[in-house]
Write a protein that binds this ligand. Structure first.
Ligand code: HEC
Length: 191
């Protein structure tokens, strides 16, 4: 799936232009996929130099910048329209600077961000941070069956169930004990 997106980017003509110190694919110039990978790679370098200290090297969020791989703006971006606009204009009030990139540079940045978004999606089935995303609850406590589970409910929960009998429910899952550290815990370096 990531490949399809990249291939799409690669058919945009400016990518092949060897301007602005941009590297073309010397070895196998005809392979669209290689070219797309190269563009994303060039974008990755640009991203590393200009964006990573806010958005993280992998674009998945940093100290000050949000995760771009799950941003609605990125996921609904078509061929760079939305991303380019934000990068060009910035959002100075909100801590996102504006940048003066050539369209080739923007194209490569966009390719990189989309490839990271595709990776994030593939790795996490679209839902990052929930290792048990496909799990079904063991049972759900609702206003109808709350009496049955009363011993396990707190007063607050009971009150909520009574107050919102139509919409409030408690899904009970099996307990898992995992020692998996969150992805960020590996001491990722920022420059
Ligand atoms: C100084 C920190 C900083 C740098 C450097 C930076 N950004 Fe941002 N960026 C932000 C912040 C903060 C926001 C969120 C702004 C907001 O709340 O609207 C943002 C938002 C964005 C968004 C919009 C996300 C959304 O969901 O609306 C995109 C796309 C983006 N940045 C791309 C980039 C790219 C590409 C670069 C490098 C060329 C970059 N940023 C460099 C801080 C930064």
């Amino acid at each position: 799936m990531g490949v399809a997106i990249l291939a799409c980017q690669a058919t945009r003509p400016p990518i092949y232009a060897a301007s602005d110190g941009f590297q073309t694919n010397q070895s196998s110039g005809s392979a669209v996929q290689d070219a797309a990978a190269d563009v994303a790679k060039a974008g990755g370098e640009l991203f590393g130099q200009n964006c990573a200290f806010c958005h993280g090297r992998d674009a998945m969020g940093g100290e000050t910048g949000p995760d771009l791989t799950r941003a609605t703006l990125v996921l609904t971006d078509k061929g760079g329209d939305k991303i380019s606009e934000v990068v060009r204009d910035g959002r100075p009030q909100k801590g996102m600077p504006s940048f003066n990139f050539s369209s080739e540079q923007l194209t490569s940045l966009v390719a990189f961000i989309h490839s990271q978004a595709a990776k994030a999606k593939a790795q996490n089935g679209g839902r990052r941070g929930d290792p048990f995303a496909n799990e079904k609850p063991l049972y759900s406590v609702t206003a109808d069956n709350m009496a049955q589970h009363a011993s396990k409910l707190t007063e607050g929960t009971v009150a909520l169930l009574k107050k919102y009998p139509q919409s409030f429910r408690v899904d009970v899952y099996k307990t898992h004990r995992t020692a998996a550290a969150p992805q960020h815990a590996g001491g990722r370096r920022r420059h």
